[in-house]
Design a binder for this molecule. Structure first.
Ligand SMILES: CC(C)(COP(=O)(O)OP(=O)(O)OC[C@H]1O[C@@H](n2cnc3c(N)ncnc32)[C@H](O)[C@@H]1OP(=O)(O)O)[C@@H](O)C(=O)NCCC(=O)NCCS
Length: 282
């Protein structure tokens, strides 16, 4: 903030800003490197990330290009972004708005359009497109209009997936490799396929701590899937109940057989006595 300081004050403030901005920049850089380390099991050291990760290089150059773009050096910004593309195979439009700790893993073929917005801690794999639906149709009318997606914090977009249009991908949502998404996705959802549809994760631990009557369907945004999950839960519960009843029936039958056998045995033992009694009575 330079208002009300006068020229000397403003100069001092700018110097101060430069000094304080450096540790901030350094912190951000360190965060970027650490997020590659945290999200790529193949990353062995920070130096490896700095030297060998095109995603990291692309993000660094994007920051330069974006700063230029915001200062209205639009052509220079585009040139920097094209140099980054040439070096890394990742094309990020300098106008895109990207939060902290973005990881672009491998990254070749990633395209991030001009009006894309990316939150913090997002992960993109190679071949991802954050694009417009029909940029070539009536393109003049689309200038400076929001036409690319918004990815909220923690979103993961799998390799080769295309996210198209000014849609919103909710926080923590995961998009499967090769999916095509053209509609909003709610928070925390996993979506796969073309067109992308929500799926229930095959979480074996959750399956083990099974709770009857539809509880596993909790959090599933697709009503059809939620119904199927609920029915599956009920069928499993009924199977358990039937098994229990069958076991009780078997136990009951065994007891009845034993009693019947004893009765037959006793009747057979008493038969000669009964015959003598008959004879006496006669
Ligand atoms: C979408 C994704 C995140 C789901 O992971 P998850 O939550 O563990 O989900 P699951 O593996 O339990 O799969 C759930 C269902 O979706 C299906 N599925 C998973 N990923 C899919 C995909 N990309 N396309 C189509 N179906 C997919 C599974 O077959 C499963 O279906 P089923 O229940 O009928 O068997 C993951 O599969 C994925 O695609 N990640 C991208 C990773 C990537 O791009 N890696 C590149 C590294 S270089």
């Amino acid at each position: 903030m330079l208002t009300g300081l006068g020229r000397t004050g403003a100069r001092r403030e700018t110097k101060l800003h430069r000094v304080t901005a450096s540790p901030m920049r350094f912190k951000r850089l360190k965060e970027d490197i650490d997020s590659f380390m945290a999200r790529d099991p193949a990353a062995r050291s920070r130096l490896e990330v700095v030297l060998c990760y095109p995603g990291f290089h692309a993000i660094l150059l994007y920051r330069v290009a974006h700063a230029l773009w915001r200062r209205r050096f639009r052509l220079v910004a585009r040139i920097v972004s094209q140099i980054a593309r040439l070096l890394t195979g990742i094309e990020i439009h300098p106008g895109a708005r990207i939060g902290a700790r973005l990881v672009i893993d491998h990254g070749f073929g990633v395209v991030i359009g001009e009006t894309s917005e990316i939150g913090d801690d997002v992960t993109l794999y190679q071949g991802v497109t954050l694009g417009g639906i029909a940029p070539s149709v009536d393109s003049h009318a689309q200038v400076d209009v929001k036409r690319h997606p918004t990815l909220r914090n923690g979103v993961i977009v799998g390799a080769g997936a295309h996210v198209l249009g000014p849609i919103i991908i909710g926080e923590g949502a995961r998009i499967g490799a090769n999916a095509v998404v053209s509609r909003d996705l709610p928070k925390g959802v996993t979506a796969v396929g073309i067109p992308a549809h929500p799926v229930m994760p095959r979480d074996r631990i959750a399956a083990q701590r099974f709770v009857a009557y539809g509880t596993p369907a909790e959090g599933c945004p697709d009503p059809v899937l939620a119904t199927i999950e609920s029915m599956r839960a009920q069928v499993t519960a009924l199977q358990g109940r039937i098994g229990e009843l069958e076991a009780r029936l078997r136990r009951h039958e065994d007891t009845t057989d034993e009693r019947a056998g004893e009765f037959v045995r006793r009747t057979a033992d008493d038969a000669p006595v009964a015959a003598v009694g008959d004879r006496i009575r006669r």
